[in-house]
Design a protein around this ligand. Structure first.
Ligand SMILES: Cc1ncc(COP(=O)(O)O)c(C=O)c1O
Length: 370
């Protein structure tokens, strides 16, 4: 029996990718913001309705460079959530800043805006919420708190490619939003990422930071690093972008099938679709709370049948040993996030997953503990 992984990259047609990269053999222009990079940047600015999309080698460097471009003072505190991938918290720490963990709310598992204000001190320099699973944060409420305290908001939108809130792409909220184009994402460039933003000056600073600060053959403006997206990555992006709407639609049909199969089962909680949100179906998280088998037992039972569900996101990043010293790292600081981390299992979901496999996965879950 073939293993079903939690995700599987979408691939363009092989010939389509070959046609796209053929140009690179002709031009020998392999990286350094070549034509493929520029074509992808323009196409994404249009698709996302975003004034500036600064492409990066990956989402993590996009996040680190955004924190640097904002000029946040070292030692400052950044309010964020621990119910996320390691990258979010690591980027804050690697930028010389201190994460302050805010709890999430109990349905979408995004930052609870009602709990931000109590965490603001005279050291707070930014708010960094996560559109986790592609669920859109309460952007209006977060914006109100941020404005009242004159704090920038940087969204980790790594999961939110193609998501819209009231018709507007989710990347257009806050001062900046970062995307990941990792192979496992709804839209990918093998590895890759971007910063999406409205401010031209910040976009120019990011262009510096991702290319050693080089502005010309004899001019190096700032101590930047290397986070350039190469032409092969951009070519993959151009191909995948042509098909992304179809891939999201396929994911949506599979998510609907999961919902039909699992709705109403005692002890299984599904996330409610969000009002005014056009989703991207990046993940299918399920909470086991009072089900006849524990989350861990379900995960093990699925693995025995070669179905690789994942405990996204367990443990909370605040529970990593390297963050144990932080005042907000304890479970009691973020009880809802702790609950979610203990109960959640993300089921396999990708565009070419067979509908029959969704049924098989659900049957395996329902057989647990019987
Ligand atoms: C929430 C979140 N933030 C940041 C990243 C980092 O993105 P990348 O893997 O492209 O560096 C990821 C990657 O999965 C992520 O899930």
């Amino acid at each position: 029996m073939d293993t079903i992984h939690v995700t599987r990259p979408s691939m363009p047609d092989y010939d389509e990718y070959c046609r796209e990269i053929q140009k690179l053999w002709d031009s020998r222009r392999l990286t350094n913001m070549g034509p493929e990079h520029e074509a992808l940047r323009a196409a994404l600015e249009q698709y996302l309705g975003c004034p500036h999309v600064v492409l990066h080698a990956n989402g993590h460097l996009a996040l680190e460079n955004t924190l640097a471009a904002m000029g946040l003072p070292r030692g400052g505190e950044v309010i964020t959530t621990p119910f996320t991938f390691a990258s979010t918290t690591h980027a804050i720490v690697r930028s010389g800043l201190t994460p302050v963990f805010c709890d999430v709310e109990g349905d979408a598992f995004t930052m609870d805006p009602g709990k931000i204000e109590a965490l603001i001190t005279d050291k707070t320099v930014a708010i960094l919420p996560v559109h986790v699973y592609g669920h859109v944060c309460d952007v209006a409420a977060i914006d109100r708190v941020a404005k009242a305290h004159v704090l920038p908001v940087i969204y980790d939108a790594a999961h939110a490619f193609g998501v819209r809130y009231k018709g507007v792409s989710a990347v257009n909220f806050g001062d900046a939003a970062i995307l990941s184009f990792h192979a496992t994402k709804v839209f990918h460039t093998i590895e890759g990422g971007a910063v999406c933003l409205g401010r031209e000056d910040l976009a120019a600073r990011l262009d510096d930071l991702k290319n050693f600060g080089i502005r010309g053959p004899e001019q190096c403006a700032v101590p930047g690093g290397n986070a350039k997206m190469n032409e092969f990555q951009a070519a993959m992006g151009l191909c995948n972008l042509r098909h992304v709407e179809g891939e999201i639609a396929k994911r949506g049909r599979l998510a609907e099938r999961y919902r039909r199969n699992l709705a109403g089962v005692p002890g299984i909680r599904l996330c409610r679709p969000q009002k005014d949100v056009t989703p991207n179906f990046a993940y299918f998280p399920v909470l086991f709370d009072g089900f006849r088998a524990s989350r861990d037992a379900v995960c093990d039972a699925l693995a025995e049948r070669h179905i690789m569900a994942r405990k996204y996101f367990y443990p909370l990043t605040s529970r990593f040993p390297c963050y144990a010293h932080l005042p907000t790292a304890g479970r009691s600081s973020t009880p809802v996030a702790a609950y979610a981390a203990d109960c959640v299992l993300t089921l396999p979901l990708y565009a070419d997953l067979a509908a029959e496999d969704v049924d098989r996965i659900c049957e395996a879950i329902l057989a647990c503990g019987k």
